[in-house]
Design a protein around this ligand. Structure first.
Ligand code: UDP
Length: 193
């Protein structure tokens, strides 16, 4: 897929459905895939931070979360015309996981928040298999990795704020069972209602 570039930051031009279709192939091949939300604030921060720039650009999908990206794409005669938000992407992936029988794991936020989010997700998509949950305040990363792997999920959502969540994903991805990884910021709080 051809990426668009804004101040050196790659942005994926795919919409929700195209990302899901692309992921189907990648999951079948067990190719690790990462999703990161991009907005103008992140583009500005990445301009001054080479590590953040690299982190964003090495992700599989840089979704256009902020409206500023749409405007920039229009001005540069790019093809991005609608937002792909982090929270809606997660919601679409949850539906996809429920439909296709993929297990999901929720890692991040406070214990009561992640529990409530899991409960509400299960109520919304009864067929979903929630492999497990873990709050975002466990300091021992090894323990978290072990817990996730024991649960064998296919999709992992990490809600610890950006870029902390994406750095955690990058550091541990190769030792983790899931194939699809999304850093989702405050989205568990949204699902918890
Ligand atoms: N959080 C966490 N562990 C931490 C710090 C934060 O799990 O050590 C959680 C926090 O409880 C909240 C989320 O990360 O649910 C932070 O979301 P925020 O809205 O700040 O992220 P953003 O969307 O701004 O990246």
């Amino acid at each position: 897929m051809e990426k668009e570039q804004y101040f050196g930051v790659n942005v994926s031009p795919l919409n929700y459905e195209e990302i899901i279709q692309d992921l189907k192939t990648r999951i079948a091949l067990r190719e690790k895939s990462t999703i990161i939300a991009v907005n103008p604030e992140k583009v500005m921060a990445a301009e001054k931070n080479a590590e953040l720039m690299e982190l964003i650009n090495s992700s599989t999908y840089q979704i256009p979360d902020g409206v500023g990206i749409l405007l920039a794409s229009k001005l540069k005669k790019g093809s991005i015309r609608s937002r792909v938000t982090g929270v809606d992407m997660m919601d679409r992936l949850l539906k996809f996981a429920a439909d296709e029988g993929h297990g999901v794991f929720l890692y991040g936020a406070k214990e009561e928040v992640v529990q409530k989010a899991a409960e509400n997700i299960k109520a919304k998509y009864p067929a979903i298999h929630i492999s497990g949950t873990q709050n975002g305040y466990e300091k021992d990363a090894g323990k978290v990795v072990e817990k996730i792997n024991a649960a064998k999920p296919d999709l992992l959502f990490v809600a610890m704020g950006s870029p902390r969540q994406e750095l955690w994903i990058r550091e541990h991805m190769n030792h983790l069972h899931p194939v699809v990884f999304q850093g989702v910021g405050g989205s568990f709080d949204v699902f918890a209602g």
